[in-house]
Design a binder for this molecule. Structure first.
Ligand code: GLA
Length: 382
């Protein structure tokens, strides 16, 4: 399995690829190598479209893998406190897994991430009906959302960073949304062990837009995330009805199990929640207010020592504790994913913003450019 062993200083990369199949752990690369991008094939869709896999490797040996199906992040290898690389996101080894039903593992989600009540909204006096795929509501762009599209990719490597830019044009009327919308997502892995995701979009008719990434993180690489310590820079959250649509209120977290203003184990108060299936699945109102890159959260795993800090331009974070995972999906390395096997922190605008005039707006108009940036920085603590 020494596929890229003939490339001089790149020898180590081939060795890791071989190791990664057998066991999801590897030693970090020597710091002398440079950031680079490699392209390979991830298989073909049933109608014969080739799906490309881009492997971004930074000078410290961290690795991010992205496929053109759903502009999906499939692997993310970062060091623990002993320098061992581990893959900290859930996903599948092969394209089949992503083509089948799955809860948005690593997906780019759009045109509008999160829920729109009853799939309906009114814009400039006209009503739109979107595809509903979550009980009565529209979720994550609909059944054929951006996570199901084949994106066009362009790799780029420069000093200190490896990146891949993916582009998708969503036609007018797709999943019920107005306007031809061109979206780009750029994943950049920097030598500071940051995974930076930049989004842009333009449209030819006014449309709601809300893009995010739906990676499922487990900083230990296995087990559950209940002992991870979470801190979210949010004094308020948006309470929801029983179909997870916001009531419109912004409620203080203080004195409730929703309070992560100081680091708390994710599992420490989860039993006090009353939703079904029980767990966090809530939008936090970031104190930054959005609009500029600002600190949103910090999460750490006491066992591996891995730390992830998130900064974003977005006003909200959907913190989801993997409540719908139930052990029926077999993912990478033959692992099954039980409840709370991972958490998602989806940086975006608030759910149902299209119907909530008091929430930060999500309407993109022709001539304007939508932008969002979210940075996940990985480090370690003792
Ligand atoms: C989001 C939602 C959850 C769930 C997951 C996917 O995080 O808020 O309710 O739908 O996506 O399973």
């Amino acid at each position: 399995m020494k596929t890229c062993l003939s490339l001089g200083t790149f020898r180590w990369c081939g060795w890791l690829a071989a190791l990664a199949v057998a066991a999801p752990i590897a030693q970090a690369a020597a710091p002398s190598s440079r950031a680079r991008v490699e392209k390979s094939s991830f298989g073909r869709t049933p109608d014969g479209v080739e799906i490309e896999l881009y492997t971004l490797t930074n000078a410290r040996g961290a690795i991010a893998k992205v496929i053109t199906y759903g502009a999906t992040l499939t692997e993310l290898w970062v060091p623990d406190r002993s320098g061992n690389l581990g893959d900290v996101i859930l996903g599948f080894d092969r394209l089949d897994g992503y083509l089948g039903e799955h809860p948005y593992f690593g997906s780019t989600v759009g045109r509008v991430a999160n829920r729109i009540a009853k799939g309906r909204f009114t814009l400039d006096g006209r009503s739109y009906q979107l595809a509903c795929n979550d009980g009565p509501n529209h979720l994550h762009g609909g059944p054929q959302g951006f996570h199901r599209k084949v994106w066009k990719a362009e790799p780029a490597a420069r000093r200190g960073a490896a990146s891949v830019r993916l582009v998708y044009t969503s036609p007018d009327g797709e999943e019920g949304y107005p306007g031809n919308l061109t979206a780009t997502v750029t994943y950049t892995l920097t030598d500071r062990n940051e995974l930076r995701i930049d989004y842009e979009a333009t449209t030819d008719k006014a449309t709601p837009i809300n893009l995010t990434n739906h990676s499922y993180f487990n900083l230990a690489g296995e087990g559950d995330i209940l002992a991870h310590q979470m801190m979210i820079a949010a004094d308020r959250f948006t309470p929801v009805d029983d179909t997870l649509i916001p009531t419109g209120k912004l409620q203080p977290v203080q004195g409730t199990p929703m309070d992560f203003t100081r680091p708390m184990a994710i599992g420490s108060r989860i039993d006090q929640l009353t939703n079904n299936p029980r767990g966090y699945d809530h939008n936090y109102v970031l104190n930054s207010g959005g609009g500029r890159l600002a600190r949103a959260l910090r999460v750490s795993d006491p066992h591996s020592g891995r730390v992830m800090e998130v900064r974003t331009t977005e006003p909200g974070i959907q913190f989801y504790s993997g409540n719908f995972l139930d052990g029926t999906i077999r993912g990478k390395y033959g692992r099954v994913y039980p409840k709370h096997a991972a958490f998602c922190v989806e940086a975006d605008h608030f759910p149902d913003s299209a119907n909530q005039p008091a929430f930060p707006p999500t309407i993109l108009r022709p001539g304007k450019t939508y932008r969002q940036t979210t940075i996940h920085r990985f480090s370690v603590q003792k």
